[in-house]
Design a protein around this ligand. Sequence first.
Ligand code: T4K
Length: 377
Amino acid sequence: MIKPFEKPVYVTRPFLPPLEEFRQGLQEIWESRLLSNNGPILQRFTKELCNFFETDNVCLFNNGTLALQIALQGMGISGEVITTPFTFVATTHVLFWNKIRPVFVDIEPDYYTLDPEKVEAAITPWTTAILAVHVYGHPCKLTALADIARRHNLKLIYDAAHAFGVKVGGKPIGHFGDLSMFSFHATKLFHSIEGGMLIFKESGLKELFDYLKNFGFKNEVEVVMPGTNAKMNEIQSLMGSMVLKYLEELIRKRAVITKLYRCRLEEVPGIHLSPAPSSDIRSNYAYMPIEVDEQEFGMSRDALYEKLKQWNVFARRYFYPLVCDYPCYRSISVNGQLTVARRAADRILTLPIYDSLELSDVEAICDIITSLRLGKA
Ligand code: T4K
């Protein structure tokens, strides 16, 4: 008989730097009394990220949603944008806030990213951009999407909210496409409590994004455009800067957890995992998605999700329902059947994964899942 966990095991827990380290950082803020508006810690953190991403084209924001919303506005994206319905709602909301029509197309079945063939088929004279998501940190079909964007003269924008630390062919994932947005939300592998970042090709966008996130101020008396307020503050920057120091260690720990999950679950009938990534990809192990086949497993994904709660395990159905099924987007016609996306939304459960999750807890979660299949639990 497997015992329930004494304390809830959540899908994620944020990494926190040692409190004493953070306190020392706060000391600097207490002395300067600079809390926001392009303070010294934000400037330092920006430089650290420029080094990390090997580019000067970095702009920080108070969250990923506003970062992406401002990106679309600054780049002048309009008309229709081809995107995925299998994502967090914010990916679509930023289009709505820019009065852009989302065109939802299907995803591919291995890594759940936009299917390039479906993208190409959905292009119309009104299409101005592709907004693809590196969902779970899985890189999109980068070459195929870049080829389509080039041939049709479209901007290629990546929602890389899940992909901090991912590299492809040795290059940081932010180097692909015209622009990438990263979320630094507390639930992410890398976080700054809340926060967001844009990385982009065209250097000229930096000034524009800086205006847009700070009310359009050029100086004390000049407002050059109607901007909003989307600035990252000093405490967020401090947290981000401290977490960055631990990033490699966090990724290493998650790699070990992922390996154990894969080893325990890949042979379980009715549980399907994405293929291991190709050797040129450095993963960040941000999420641990499994697909549950109701027939083979003997229980639906939703039943498993509910059952796990009885053991104090709070997995999540990222991403269910599909964005196009939320009432606010239901009136938008979708392109094609979205067969793969619907299947993913109905079958995927994301299991707990975070640096401080003990391997013995991973074993216990796998024991619960396998025994539920056999009807023993
Ligand atoms: N694009 C994509 C593809 C995204 O996934 C996201 C965000 C965005 C864009 C937008 O970026 P941001 O504007 O958020 O920077 C969470 C996050 O709020 C959201 O940031 C994230 N995606 C999404 C995938 O997940 P919830 O509603 O699932 O979070 P919540 O509060 O239920 O947290 C999940 C678990 O994490 C909790 O059960 C316990 C744990 N937790 C959470 C928080 C906030 C902690 O232990 N401590 C914490 O402080 O949305």
